[in-house]
Design a protein around this ligand. Structure first.
Ligand code: GDP
Length: 456
C-alpha cells in the first residue's frame, strides 16, 4: 500500500511525568536518519532491524551529551505503523526527556498529534478501526474486565465477526443481483419470501444479539447505575451502609453523566455499581412519602438495575405493590430484608425470585452480590466467550445496520420492488463497513465482482 505520510513524527510515548524511564518514539521515512543525527554510538542507519543499541543522545548543534540511552530500531514494514520506527529509552526526568524531544524536532521531526501513531497504523493498512479503537480502550481501561474487552478488539475478534456478517450481507446482495440480471427468476414474491426474508431475519437476529452483549460490555466498562428503592423503614439505608461498609466502597461526590449525582461507587465481583440518589436515601427514612412517588420513578428511570427492598417482617401493603409495579419491566432484584425476624410478608404475590438478607445482621450479602452479577451478565455471572462490542461508535454503527435491515425486512413484507430492498441492504453493508473502517461502496463493488463470474 502506498504510504500516505511524508513527515516523520515524534512523540513522548510515556507522557509528561517523572518516571524511571521515558520512551520517545519516532515514525516515518526519516525516523532512523533523524535519530541517528543526535545519537552517539553505532551508526543507526546501518544496524539490523529490530535491534537495540546503546549510546548517548547528543545536542543537535553543540554535540554535547544529553543522556545515556537505549535505542530500538524497527525498519518498515514490520512495525507498529508500517513505517520506520525508532524508540529511544532515556532516563525518565521531565527535563531530560523534553530536551531529547526538542532536539529531535530540531533534527527534522514533527510533533505527533494525539493518537497519530495508531492513526498511521490504520491508514497504512496495518490495523482496522476496531483494533485502533481497542488500543485507545486499553489505555482508558479502569478495570480488569475493560482490559479484557479491549483485548477482544485488539485480537481481531470483533473485526472478524463484522467481516463475516458483511459477507452474509454480500451473499444476499448477490442473490438479488442474479435475479435482477436474469429475468427468468422474476418471481419477486418467491424471491423475497423464500430467499431474502429468512436470510435477512437471521442477520438481524445476530446483530440484535451483538447489541445485547454490548450492553453487558458497557456495564463492565462504565459500571451500572443502581437505585435502591422501597417503602420507609424497610432497610434501604441499612443495605446501603452494608454495601458501602464492605471495604470496597469509594464514597465521594462523583458528578454523573446527567445532572444527578452518583454518590457512591462499589465494586462487586469486578462490576462497578454506581449507587444513585444515595443522598436521598440517607437524608430521609421516608423516601416515598417525602420525596414522592415521582422521585422514586425518576430514580427507577435513571437506573440500569433497581434493588427493591421489602420488609419481610411486615405484611405487604398497597405501597409495596405500587412500587413493585413501577420496577416491573426494568432489570430489578427483589430483596427480602429483615430475614432475622419472623416472616409475615406473603411473597407469593411476587413472581420473582427473592434474595433474602438481613442488613442488620449482615447476612445474605454474598447471595445478593451473586444475584447482581447474574442479572447483569446472565447465569454464568461472568463475561462469556461471546463477542462484546463495547466501543460507543461501533455500537452506534451496529444500530444503523440494524435499522437498515429492519427497513429491508419491512419492505420485503410489503412486497416492495427488490431494487428498493437492495438499497436498504446496501446501507446495512456500509454501516457494518464503517465499524472496521471500510465505509466505501468501492469495497462492496469489489466484493460483488469477486463473488460471482456471470461471464459478462
Ligand atoms: P429505610 O427507611 O428503608 O432506609 O430503613 P433503615 O435502613 O433506616 O431501617 C429502618 C429500621 O429497620 C432501622 O431501625 C433498622 O435498624 C431496622 N433494620 C434494617 N434492616 C434490618 C434487618 O435486617 N433486621 C432487623 N431486625 N432490623 C433491620
Amino acid at each position: 500500500m502506498k504510504k500516505r505520510y511524508e513527515e516523520t513524527i515524534v512523540g513522548i510515548a510515556t507522557g509528561f511525568s517523572k518516571g524511571a524511564i521515558s520512551i520517545i518514539r519516532l515514525s516515518g521515512d526519516e525516523a532512523i536518519k533523524i535519530a541517528n543525527s543526535v545519537f552517539k554510538g553505532k551508526n543507526l542507519e546501518k544496524v539490523e532491524s529490530h535491534t537495540v543499541s546503546y549510546g548517548h543522545i547528543i545536542d543537535y548543534k553543540t554535540r554535547e551529551p544529553i543522556d545515556e540511552v537505549l535505542v530500538s530500531v524497527f525498519k518498515e514494514p514490520r512495525t507498529y505503523t508500517k513505517e520506520n520506527v525508532v524508540e529511544i529509552n532515556c532516563h525518565g526526568g521531565v527535563f531530560v526527556t523534553n530536551q531529547i524531544y526538542e532536539n529531535l524536532l530540531i533534527a527534522g521531526a514533527k510533533p505527533a498529534e494525539p493518537g497519530e501513531f495508531t492513526k498511521r497504523a490504520f491508514l497504512n493498512g496495518r490495523i482496522d478501526l476496531t483494533k485502533a479503537e481497542a488500543v485507545m480502550d486499553i489505555i482508558d481501561a479502569e478495570n480488569k474486565n475493560a482490559v479484557k474487552l479491549a483485548n477482544a478488539g485488539l485480537s481481531g475478534k470483533i473485526a472478524n465477526t463484522i467481516r463475516s456478517l458483511r459477507q452474509d450481507v454480500v451473499n444476499i446482495l448477490a442473490v438479488i443481483s442474479v435475479n435482477i440480471d436474469y429475468p427468468e427468476y422474476d418471481d419477486v414474491e418467491e424471491l423475497t419470501n423464500t430467499e431474502l426474508l429468512p436470510k435477512l431475519i437471521e442477520i438481524k437476529q445476530f446483530i440484535e444479539n451483538l447489541l445485547e452483549n454490548s450492553k453487558s460490555a458497557k456495564y463492565l466498562k462504565e459500571g451500572i447505575n443502581v437505585a435502591i428503592i422501597g417503602k420507609p423503614n424497610v432497610g434501604k439505608s441499612s443495605l446501603l451502609n452494608l454495601l458501602l461498609g464492605e471495604s470496597r466502597a469509594i464514597v465521594t461526590d462523583i458528578p454523573g453523566t446527567t445532572r444527578d449525582i452518583i454518590e457512591a461507587k462499589v465494586n462487586i465481583n469486578n462490576i462497578t455499581l454506581n449507587l444513585l440518589d444515595t443522598a436521598g436515601i440517607r437524608s430521609t427514612t421516608d423516601i416515598v412519602e417525602q420525596i414522592g412517588v415521582e422521585k422514586a420513578k425518576e430514580s427507577i428511570n435513571k437506573a440500569d438495575l433497581v434493588l427493591m427492598v421489602i420488609d419481610t417482617s411486615q405484611v405487604l401493603d398497597s405501597e409495596d405493590l405500587s412500587l413493585y409495579n413501577m420496577v416491573e419491566g426494568k432489570p430489578h432484584i427483589l430483596i427480602g430484608n429483615k430475614s432475622d425476624l419472623t416472616k409475615k410478608a406473603d411473597l407469593s404475590l411476587y413472581n420473582n425470585e427473592i434474595v433474602y438478607i438481613s442488613a442488620l445482621k449482615n447476612e445474605g450479602l454474598s447471595n445478593l452480590e451473586n444475584k447482581i452479577t447474574e442479572v447483569v451478565f446472565g447465569e454464568k455471572g461472568t463475561i462469556q466467550d461471546a463477542t462484546y462490542i463495547s466501543n460507543a461508535r461501533q455500537v452506534a454503527k451496529l444500530n444503523d445496520a440494524l435499522n437498515a435491515l429492519n427497513e429491508a425486512i419491512a419492505k420485503c413484507y410489503e412486497q416492495e420492488y427488490v431494487d428498493i430492498i437492495d438499497i436498504h441492504i446496501r446501507e446495512a453493508y456500509l454501516a457494518l463497513g464503517e465499524i472496521i473502517g471500510d465505509g466505501s461502496i468501492d469495497s462492496l463493488i469489489d466484493e460483488l465482482f469477486s463473488k460471482f463470474c456471470l461471464g459478462k
